[in-house]
Design a binder for this molecule. Structure first.
Ligand SMILES: Nc1ncnc2c1ncn2[C@@H]1O[C@H](COP(=O)(O)OP(=O)(O)OP(=O)(O)O)[C@@H](O)[C@H]1O
Ligand SMILES: [Mg+2]
Length: 117
């Protein structure tokens, strides 16, 4: 199992959601984050201190998947999130040790499979 973290442009959220749905990925979390991807460094003065401002709004998807779903998930994030311009985002894939579905106590692959699938 892997935890796929995808950080994408907020305006690409709906396209990523559609691509994940088409890939039959049903469980995920998303949140709004601010990040820095090196695309610009703007120096501003804030209360007399010069600070480097380089944060952009992004949307962060966290998707726990069984091994079979790793590639489809990455493809969905790429196809839904890509504009081709700098700042399209990043994908991180982490080993995932354990998943537990609280309702049933199911663990691991059984717990990342949606109900009814
Ligand atoms: N090394 C990193 N660690 C954690 N988060 C990162 C890292 N690099 C980028 N991010 C996150 O991804 C967002 C988008 O990054 P960005 O698309 O600029 O990546 P990039 O590798 O610089 O690609 P590009 O060349 O397209 O700009 C950042 O705002 C930040 O939230
Ligand atoms: Mg960048």
């Amino acid at each position: 199992m892997k935890l796929v973290i995808g950080i994408v442009r907020p305006e690409k959220t709906n396209e990523v959601l559609e691509a994940l749905y088409r890939a039959e990925v049903r469980g995920f979390s998303m949140s709004r984050v601010q990040g820095h991807g090196g695309e610009f460094d703007r120096v501003e003065t804030y209360r007399g201190t010069t600070v480097r401002v380089g944060l952009t709004e992004k949307v962060r998807f966290e998707i726990a998947v069984s091994d079979d779903f790793v590639e489809p998930t990455i493809e969905a994030l790429c196809s839904g999130g890509q504009t081709g311009e700098v700042g399209d985002g990043k994908i991180f894939v982490l080993d995932l040790e354990q998943v537990v579905r609280i309702r049933s106590g199911e663990t691991d692959n059984a717990a990342v499979t949606p109900v009814g699938a």
